[in-house]
Design a protein around this ligand. Structure first.
Ligand code: TMP
Length: 203
């Protein structure tokens, strides 16, 4: 059985990435593939419990980072790796690039800490394709303002999201073949065209 592919979606809160998850899953299913749609933090019963804590419970930044990776370990072991092994394609709303962007860029944790956890938990494994939905700060800000019950991250200052965005863009510059930056100000139809051609090139 040919191993499936692992696709991740990234971007600051308010970039609009979640709108495109269903499109990606439907398009892949239309190609006859089994598709697993999942998210981080979350994706497993334990991961979803950790997500509740991460989004709502005040905590130290290093605790936040460790819980993100605890959830990720469980997600990989229980869901992602078994699905890929049976040939399914896995589409995850966020993965480790978010830890570099939010915990390093946003919270100021040293990159080496995240890199050490990544090496421990992933052992060289990484996404086949990452779609980075990028928008200027003011666009994401307006979209976040429309969210009623904001979580711990969504309540952060605009300067936090500016750092998160820059950290994402730095990662995209360092790994341009894996991380594809999409201008999320485009129409949904234009973005879908771009996404479709990226998926085609992966098949
Ligand atoms: P979501 O709102 O896109 O579902 O993601 C939940 C929040 O968790 C989002 O604000 C980003 C944050 N996050 C991190 O800070 N680090 C991580 O590693 C992940 C996966 C998410």
């Amino acid at each position: 059985m040919k191993r499936g592919k692992f696709i991740t979606l990234e971007g600051v809160d308010g970039a609009g990435k979640s709108t495109h998850l269903a499109f990606i899953a439907d398009w892949l299913r239309g190609q006859g593939r089994e598709v697993v749609v999942t998210r981080e933090p979350g994706g497993t019963p334990l991961g979803e419990t950790l997500r509740e804590l991460l989004l709502h419970q005040p905590m130290d930044p290093d605790t936040e980072l460790l819980l993100m990776f605890a959830a990720r370990q469980q997600h990989l072991a229980e869901r992602i790796l078994p699905a890929l092994a049976r040939g399914a394609w896995v589409v995850s709303d966020r993965f480790t690039d978010a830890s570099y962007a939010y915990q390093c860029g946003g919270r100021g944790i040293a990159v080496e800490r995240v890199a050490a956890l990544e090496a421990w938990v992933q052992r060289g494994f990484s996404p086949d394709l990452t779609l980075l939905f990028d928008v200027p700060p003011e666009v994401a800000e307006a979209r976040r303002a429309a969210v009623r019950a904001a979580d711990r991250f969504e309540r952060e200052a605009d300067s936090f999201f500016a750092r998160v965005r820059n950290a994402y863009l730095d990662r995209a510059r360092a790994e341009p073949s894996r991380i594809r930056v999409l201008d999320a100000r485009q129409s949904i139809a234009a973005l879908q065209d771009e996404i479709r051609s990226l998926l085609q090139s992966l098949a």
